[in-house]
Ligand binder design. Structure first.
Ligand code: HEC
Ligand code: HEC
Length: 196
């Protein structure tokens, strides 16, 4: 018995040390890499979201992502699904995460795009001058998001929220751009932006 326990003792100590280290690692701040893995669960491994109503982040201007993460952390833009993932983000995390997603190549979501709706959306966008802020390429700039290649379902949802003043903490610049548009107009704009 004594001999056996002497043989096992170093192994048991070794195991205990491993468990202790793992516990310490968990209690320490998460690395940016760990966070990116968390984000990938919803926003896609390459920043292109495979999930309905969850926006793609690939190719978003870094400043837009940083700004939105800040607004969410401070509870100004309220996104329930994101709350646990933003609450303890440090300033350095905001910089690293926004830099990471801005450099990933955006890809179309694969949702069906309707050519007639794209045509109608193009006309409305010209009247409403969407390109004056989002850029003619719709790739965004600074605090203005990229809407090109964004998911159709998310674009439709976001536009509806702006029109109905449902997006908390939203920049008022957008309310004017979509005021008075019908649901059908917003769907057409979503197809237009996604097709870019
Ligand atoms: C549980 C799912 C989930 C996880 C995990 C998650 N998000 Fe989100 N995120 C969402 C949803 C849903 C929205 C859209 C909210 C809305 O409808 O306004 C969103 C919106 C965003 C936006 C705003 C984008 C835009 O176009 O307006 C940013 C930026 C963002 N998330 C970054 C992140 C980052 C960075 C992480 C990892 C630290 C992360 N998210 C983790 C679900 C998630
Ligand atoms: C005066 C400048 C301006 C104009 C014109 C404008 N936008 Fe925006 N748009 C913004 C800003 C700024 C934001 C970011 C809003 C925020 O931070 O809450 C935004 C956000 C959006 C979003 C949300 C994207 C996301 O990822 O969350 C969509 C979709 C959008 N705009 C589409 C449009 C369309 C379509 C038009 C034309 C009908 C348009 N915008 C016209 C400035 C503008």
């Amino acid at each position: 018995m004594i001999v056996v326990s002497n043989i096992w003792r170093p192994l048991i100590f070794g195991l205990a040390a491993v468990i202790l280290c793992a516990g310490q690692a968990l209690s320490q701040a998460m690395s940016v890499q760990d966070r990116i893995v968390q984000c990938a669960g919803c926003h896609g491994a390459d920043g292109n979201s495979p999930l309905p109503n969850i926006p793609s982040l690939a190719g978003q201007p870094a400043f837009f992502v940083l700004n939105q993460l800040f607004l969410m952390r401070e509870g100004v833009r309220k996104v329930e699904a994101m709350a646990p993932f933003v609450k303890d983000l440090k300033e350095s995390d905001l910089d690293a995460l926004s830099g990471h997603f801005s450099k990933l190549p955006p890809k179309p979501s694969g949702e069906p795009i309707d050519a007639a709706l794209v045509k109608r959306g193009t006309e409305i966008a010209a009247q409403k001058k969407c390109g004056s802020c989002h850029k003619p390429t719709l790739t965004g700039d600074q605090q203005v998001p990229r809407i090109a290649k964004q998911r159709v379902d998310y674009l439709t949802q976001a536009l509806t929220e702006f029109r109905d003043s449902k997006r908390e903490g939203a920049d008022t610049l957008m309310s004017g751009a979509v005021a008075g548009l019908s649901d059908a107009d917003l769907v057409a704009l979503a197809h237009y932006a996604a097709s870019h």
